[in-house]
Design a protein around this ligand. Structure first.
Ligand SMILES: [Zn+2]
Ligand SMILES: [Zn+2]
Length: 321
């Protein structure tokens, strides 16, 4: 089968990747659509060691698996877990000590004609959610994780720093809570997507100091962290949603003095994400900037790493849409 294979920081299109042979408990999924995420770009730059097929945001059709899923469109949670370790047993499977992660840790990913995932990871896509839209389930779920970790009520003043793919989804999911939300970024045209949905937006230098209860850092750069930090009132909560290339330096004493809560956040609930996509409360269409067949996957990556480009999709369906 065809696949985008990462090895020694080099991405190559292979035609000879073996079709996965799912072990017991896993399903064979024919990939129909996949999305390129910043994590993929970071893996390519060598921020984390990984060899294998990239890709973790996908929609596919089950080819081999339990009867009720046969032929159904599915999305899949990316952590394949052991079910035995202390984290699995205490209801925290995303922290499984023995996990593999689709296209990220020791498990071939979705930029291929087929993938294999545990059956328990798969969620059927509702008929009224288009395949392009469902491709965003994983990142929307990750955005929703914030609300599992922090109480966000209408009274809360919440700042989102970053207008990229992640910031856009985080902002839209937070807007659903009715909180007092401001999103800041550097790109008027990206912020305009959010403003069109009635979300208050501004440029980064417009952020008032000590004015927010919660800030969410979605840029992955130290400047974004600094804005998210200074925007918080004492005893505010800083949510880190982006990973950072290398080390982050900050004034730890100021966190102590202001009694700031720092929360790391990743992954999240798929069913809630599918609900939001089905109801149209989160609109991902404006984020789709390009689409390529898998055979042009290298060009797709080039495009996805171009400044200002939001989501690039890979289309394995073989038909022009
Ligand atoms: Zn991702
Ligand atoms: Zn485990």
């Amino acid at each position: 089968m065809q696949a985008l294979w990462l090895e020694n920081n080099q991405l190559q299109l292979r035609d000879d990747a073996p079709i996965p042979n799912p072990p017991p408990g896993e399903a064979l999924v024919r990939v129909v659509r996949a999305g390129i995420c910043n994590t993929d770009l970071e893996l390519l730059r060598g921020y984390y060691p990984y060899t294998g097929i990239l890709g973790h945001e996908f929609v596919g059709v089950v080819e081999q698996g339990p009867e009720h899923l046969q032929g159904q469109r599915v999305v899949g949670e990316i952590n394949a877990v052991c079910g035995q370790c202390r984290f699995c047993r205490s209801g925290q499977p995303t922290h499984c000590e023995n996990r593999t992660v689709l296209g990220i840790v020791n498990r071939n990913g979705a930029f291929a004609d087929y993938l294999s995932l545990p059956i328990e990871n798969l969620h059927q896509v509702p008929d009224n959610v288009a395949t392009d839209v469902a491709t965003f389930t994983e990142p929307v779920a990750a955005a929703l994780e914030i609300q599992q970790q922090v109480t966000v009520s209408p009274a809360e003043r919440v700042l989102v720093v970053g207008d990229g793919k992640l910031g856009q989804l985080v902002a839209q999911t937070l807007a659903v809570t009715g909180c007092n939300l401001l999103v800041v970024g550097r790109h008027q045209e990206k912020l305009a997507n959010l403003a069109a949905r009635g979300i208050q937006t501004g440029l980064e230098d417009a952020v008032a100091d000590r004015a927010f209860d919660v800030s969410v850092e979605c840029t992955g750069n130290p400047a974004g962290f600094a804005i998210a930090r200074r925007a918080l009132r004492p005893r505010g909560t800083l949510v880190l949603k982006s990973t950072y290339a290398g080390q982050l330096t900050f004034d730890a004493s100021s966190l102590v003095v202001d009694e700031i809560t720092l929360i790391g956040s990743r992954c999240g609930p798929f069913p809630a994400a599918l609900d939001l996509l089905a109801s149209g409360q989160v609109d991902v269409e404006p984020l789709i900037h390009a689409r390529y067949p898998l055979s042009e996957g290298l060009a797709a990556f080039e495009r996805a790493s171009t400044k200002g480009v939001l989501k690039v999709l890979l289309d394995m369906s073989g038909k022009e849409e």
